[in-house]
Design a protein around this ligand. Sequence first.
Ligand SMILES: NC(=O)c1ccc[n+]([C@@H]2O[C@H](COP(=O)([O-])OP(=O)(O)OC[C@H]3O[C@@H](n4cnc5c(N)ncnc54)[C@H](O)[C@@H]3O)[C@@H](O)[C@H]2O)c1
Length: 327
Amino acid sequence: MTLNSGIYMKNILISGVAGFIGSHTAEKLLQMGYRIIGIDNLNDYYDVKLKKSNLDNLRENNQFKFIKIDITDFKSLNILLNETSFDYIIHLAAQAGVRYSNAKPLLYQRVNIEGTLNLLEIARLSSCKTFIFGSSSSVYGNQEIFPILETANTTKPISVYAATKQAGESLCHSYSHLYGIDINTLRFFTVYGPRGRPDMSPYIFTKSIIDKKPIKIFESISGTIKRDFTYISDAVAGIISALHFNHGFNAFNISSGIQISLMDFISQLEVELGEKANIERHSEVPGDVRITYADISKARSKLGFNPRMDLNQGIKGYIDWYKSYYL
Ligand SMILES: NC(=O)c1ccc[n+]([C@@H]2O[C@H](COP(=O)([O-])OP(=O)(O)OC[C@H]3O[C@@H](n4cnc5c(N)ncnc54)[C@H](O)[C@@H]3O)[C@@H](O)[C@H]2O)c1
């Protein structure tokens, strides 16, 4: 903890702070009066300008400190720990992206498994109260029963990314069991909104409609792709509510709890942009999950999680930001 004008402020370590979810989480927690130590390696998986602009916004608050660290570098993490203690750790740094993971499996193993283990070691050594792990709906693979409960089988991931997230969750479970750390693993479902990742469908679809280029939809004749889209402010609310849930290891679905077909999502983008999309159908891509649709009753009852954003307003929020940032 830090003494600031006579008030003890809680220190929170956020990994992946320059990213989409990390930067929004830091922004909200700074507004709430926490002190944030943010780490990120600022890699170029997507345009670094967006990450730097996220950091510039955060730096306006003097309770924010950024340190460029790669989470696979335990030595640097340990030096940071020697300088500061952490009350909470929110671990969001990851090599994201399902399709890219099948092309670069070793990178995903290093960042998502080894990197997560390093952060868990820091949690153990710093005696932090709660550790939040940014997991993913992809751990469920292709399920048959919807909406998906947290108790559904997660032993059949269908991409390397999903397998590394599942491994991260398993490590979290061991650390909670061995060292009594309260760990909440949050399974995010397609998070979108301002500052959203340029490798994800909301950005790709929006850009294609504006540039009058075809939108490629990869779905089999038998199955329409459906997603449980989650607006960023709801995802952040889920993270913050989980900070104070201290009951050993727990997994929570964090989503809107509503399934939308990709075609309906695109239709709403068309309305907001006032332009028609040009759809090109392709066959299914191995590794892509057909349907994601969560049961969020556990997060509702245990965390008081209550997603508020409806799709129309959410898409409007995203498009307003997209136009102000890119156009
Ligand atoms: N956005 C979604 O829809 C979604 C869905 C499911 C799970 N998640 C998970 O939520 C977390 C945040 O996702 P996001 O969408 O904000 O992704 P993001 O890529 O915008 O943010 C991740 C950040 O981690 C950083 N990072 C990557 N490798 C690192 C390393 N070796 N050392 C330090 N920093 C590193 C990146 O530079 C990036 O800024 C990730 O763990 C992701 O897997 C996101």
